[in-house]
Write a protein that binds this ligand. Structure first.
Ligand code: SF4
Length: 508
């Protein structure tokens, strides 16, 4: 038995045993994987997650996406197969985000990798872990090096003692973002569940079945959003179904059983393929703002053959409240949006319906058939929509449009702060609040307006730190450091100004 259960990240990560990794050159890894029998899966990834029109975007290790999906599921065990340093980073990040779950790890060295012993070790590990009292499923993930070496997870047993075994390859050189890695696992699980449902009866959801047709929601969202969406669907005689990625295996059957699939996050290409194979239609966009909600309710109602009168009832029930919420908290200012969550276009739509000027939206995700609705809406209003946006493109947009607020990823927000531009982290501050219906309209405006109004504070902060981290204060000295003439006087004045600003802020 070679599985190590990691409750905490290993204290001393080992180096990449095969001397490869993020920096080894994606092309080289790609060629090795093809030669090792992984061409079919790599071709499918190339079609599902196309690179370009620009290069692979910069973001965290993609496997974090699928790891997180598995770790959030009940009765699901997770085993990683990859270099120790990759596993260290992935487990560290998952515990940082509060996973509170063990991650299994099957270590390897050059010998076990080339002799095929690694695969045998993985097979032994799943046999040992497959306890039906504890688990519905075990997810085994090949990271970069085992994928490049062709470790054949596809020949693992499909089930052991009734515990399903799901093997996936999530290499950084085939899956460009962690968002798309979520789809790799969600799609693999849906495929498995679809085949089970096709061959016999399957378990009902723990919470029971809805007596109304349901709308499956695809994409991780704020927990209150599915509840709000359910209320919007009610006048049409529909209910909100499970959210994919699901939190439990048996929810997969209910998700496949939805009357229609709402592709709220449009990059779940493999998952959409499974839904379509089950005969379900996929509807893009989401109920954001007034116009967005009206169009979405129309599309969902029509896909479910709901009579026009009932669709109108649903719209009449919710649109006035959204209109009021938007009018009560208008956003005045220019905002650029960039992120890697997949909901960037929806956020931009809501900002615009709230009154903001949005000249640029960059998303690390690719353009897909399902993202077309939002892209068309935004482009018709003059917004530059950049799919597979790189950090450089996001930064260039911020420089060109000089926004009152930049919503973006960590490095973009860092840059914005350094130049005194108010900014908000997309992942922590925008994704972590409701987006849909009246709740979304009010909530987004609140945080955006507060940030825009904080401009004065950013200017004072920038004045205070002027010159810090640049030139000879960057910590890299070309020669022996010497005190600048007038430095002490300058520093005294800076401290006095800061104390004065603090005092006047306290009095306000
Ligand atoms: S598994 Fe992730 S961290 Fe490891 S080499 Fe691949 S992309 Fe980099």
């Amino acid at each position: 038995m070679t599985t190590t259960l990691i409750d905490r990240p290993p204290a001393q990560p080992a180096g990449h045993e095969a001397g490869s990794g993020c920096h080894a050159g994606a092309d080289e890894m790609h060629r090795a994987a093809q030669a090792a029998g992984k061409s079919e899966i790599l071709e499918r990834y190339a079609a599902d997650y196309p690179k370009g029109p620009h290069d692979q975007p910069q973001s965290m290790c993609p496997a974090f996406g699928s790891l997180r999906v598995g770790l959030r599921m009940r009765r699901t065990a997770t085993i990683l197969s990859g270099s120790a340093c990759c596993v260290y980073g992935l487990t560290f990040t998952s515990h940082f985000y509060g996973a509170k779950r063990s991650v299994g790890y099957v270590p390897f060295n050059s010998e076990s990798l080339v002799t095929g012993k690694l695969f045998e070790d993985i097979r032994d590990a799943v046999h040992e872990m497959a306890d039906p009292d504890l688990y519905d499923a075990i997810v085994v993930t090949n990271l970069c090096v085992p994928t490049a070496s062709g470790v054949p997870l596809q020949i693992l047993p499909k089930a052991i003692n009734g515990v399903r075994i799901v093997g996936i390859d999530v290499p950084g050189f085939g899956v460009p973002t962690h968002a798309e890695a979520k789809d790799v696992l969600a799609g693999a699980m849906l495929r498995y569940a679809r085949q089970e449902a096709e061959s016999g009866p399957v378990a009902a959801p723990r919470t029971g079945r809805s007596d109304r047709p349901t709308v499956t929601l695809v994409g991780e969202m704020f927990p209150a959003d599915p509840v709000g969406i359910g209320a919007m669907l009610e006048p049409m005689g529909l209910a909100a179904g499970p959210v994919v990625p699901t939190r439990e295996w048996r929810e997969l059957y209910a998700a496949l059983d939805g009357a229609v699939i709402a592709g709220i996050h449009p990059f779940y290409t493999a998952s959409f393929r499974e839904f379509e194979a089950a005969g379900r239609a996929v509807v893009g966009s989401g109920p954001v703002g007034c116009e967005g909600t009206a169009a979405w309710l129309d599309a969902i109602g029509e896909a479910c053959n709901v009579p026009r009168r009932r669709i109108d009832d649903a719209k009449n029930a919710v649109l006035p409240a959204i209109r009021d919420a938007l009018a009560a908290r208008p956003i005045k200012g220019r905002v650029t949006v960039s992120g890697y969550e997949g909901s960037e276009l929806l956020v931009a739509r809501l900002l615009m319906e709230s009154g903001a000027e949005v000249p640029y939206v960059g998303t690390a995700c690719p353009a897909t058939r399902v993202s077309g609705v939002d892209r068309d809406w935004l482009e018709a209003r003059g917004v530059h929509v950049q799919f597979r946006a790189s950090l450089e493109q996001d930064l260039a947009a911020m420089a060109a449009f000089e926004p009152d607020l930049a919503v973006g990823t960590t490095p973009l927000v860092q840059k914005a702060k350094a130049q005194g531009t108010p900014s908000l982290y997309f992942t922590n501050l925008i994704s972590a609040r409701p987006l849909f219906g009246p709740a979304g309209a009010g909530s987004l405006a609140q945080v955006v307006n507060a940030a825009i109004e904080g401009k004065g504070r950013f200017d004072r902060m920038r004045g205070f730190f002027e010159g810090v981290g640049e030139g000879d204060t960057a910590g890299v000295w070309a020669q022996q450091p010497m005190e600048r003439p007038g430095f002490r006087e300058q520093n005294r004045r800076r401290m006095e100004a800061a104390a004065k600003a603090r005092k006047s802020e306290e009095m306000m």
